[in-house]
Write a protein that binds this ligand. Structure first.
Ligand SMILES: Nc1ncnc2c1ncn2[C@@H]1O[C@H](COP(=O)(O)OP(=O)(O)OP(=O)(O)O)[C@@H](O)[C@H]1O
Ligand SMILES: [Mg+2]
Length: 278
């Protein structure tokens, strides 16, 4: 089982879009068994994979979310006839996953992560890794969508991952952020003794004929460190991609052939790099 986090501390660079579409491509084109985990409290990936009605019904029906992995505290159940009872948290291996489509499962996100971050909880960073150990025979790939802000959720995603993939918006400002991201990841690797590799850097939201895109690409191609990580294929900016997300539509099921070629190429580049590293 290979675990990859989509990561960038800059917001709106298409982390979520890449996470769901790479996961979809791995499942539908490569025939891999894929689990997507949404550790972003904003739960955008979940919104792209479940309709609002389905998500509300899921939570109202006591369906599991990422909260079950992180919140291991005992619940107090009030009782009118006896002393209050303590309910044990669900066993990690009993957490129920949502099936999105063939080969593609989701552990949905939860807004409550915001609140949980404020509450004490020792060792919370390691819980996602512990959980993934329980499901390691069930999946070929786990794709984790992370929040843009440094948080215990971002750290736990890195601890649980073998690889990280960086989507970068093709503009000069976004490029400056990736060196900072790299230093933060190196620090986490040292602090937690992680065996974590960069699976690459993908330019996103690109507009091929603009100077901004050409310059961003050239800067990376000439960068001593980053050039070996840069993917030859980038994700073009297309309004249809954003519109489709609201209807839980993925790039491969849409009608934009350029975007389809891009996500197919990006996914193949990703699997090749991962296999080289294995
Ligand atoms: N290729 C694309 N073409 C057009 N719009 C896109 C494309 N990719 C993503 N978007 C849109 O850009 C916005 C940001 O994308 P996305 O949510 O994937 O970024 P993110 O990095 O996950 O953001 P956040 O940091 O808030 O989690 C969304 O509204 C999304 O629909
Ligand atoms: Mg996101």
């Amino acid at each position: 089982m290979i675990v990859v986090s989509l990561i960038n501390m800059k917001g709106g660079v298409a982390k979520t879009t890449m996470a769901i579409n790479i996961a979809d491509c791995l499942a539908s084109r490569h025939g891999e068994r894929v689990l997507l985990i949404d550790v972003d409290p904003q739960f955008n990936a979940t919104q792209c994979l479940m309709s609002p009605e389905d998500y509300i019904a899921h939570v109202a029906g006591d369906g599991d979310t990422i909260l079950k992995v992180f919140d291991r505290s005992q619940r107090v159940i009030p009782s009118a006839v006896a002393n209050p009872q303590q309910a044990k948290p669900k066993k990690l291996e009993d957490i129920e996953i949502v099936n999105v489509k063939q080969n593609f499962d989701l552990l949905p996100g939860n807004l409550e992560l915001y609140r949980l971050e404020m509450a004490p909880g020792d060792g919370r960073e390691n819980r996602l890794k512990n959980y993934l150990q329980k499901v390691q025979n069930d999946y070929d790939y786990v794709v984790i969508d992370t929040p843009p802000t440094p948080s215990v959720w971002m750290t736990s995603a890195l601890i649980a991952s073998d690889f990280y993939l960086i989507p970068v918006k093709a503009d000069p400002i976004s490029l400056t952020g990736i060196d900072l991201l790299r230093s933060i990841i190196e620090e986490k690797k040292d602090n937690f003794g992680l065996n974590l590799e960069c699976a690459g850097l993908v330019l996103t939201l690109t507009e091929a004929n603009t100077k901004v895109f050409q310059r961003a690409k050239e800067n990376l191609e000439n960068d001593q460190y980053w050039r070996r990580y840069l993917y030859p294929v980038s994700l073009p900016k297309r309004v249809g991609i954003a519109q489709g997300q609201l209807e839980q539509m993925h790039i491969l099921s849409g009608d934009n052939s350029e975007a389809k070629i891009a996500i197919t190429g990006i996914t193949t580049e990703f699997t090749n790099r991962v296999e080289e590293n294995e």
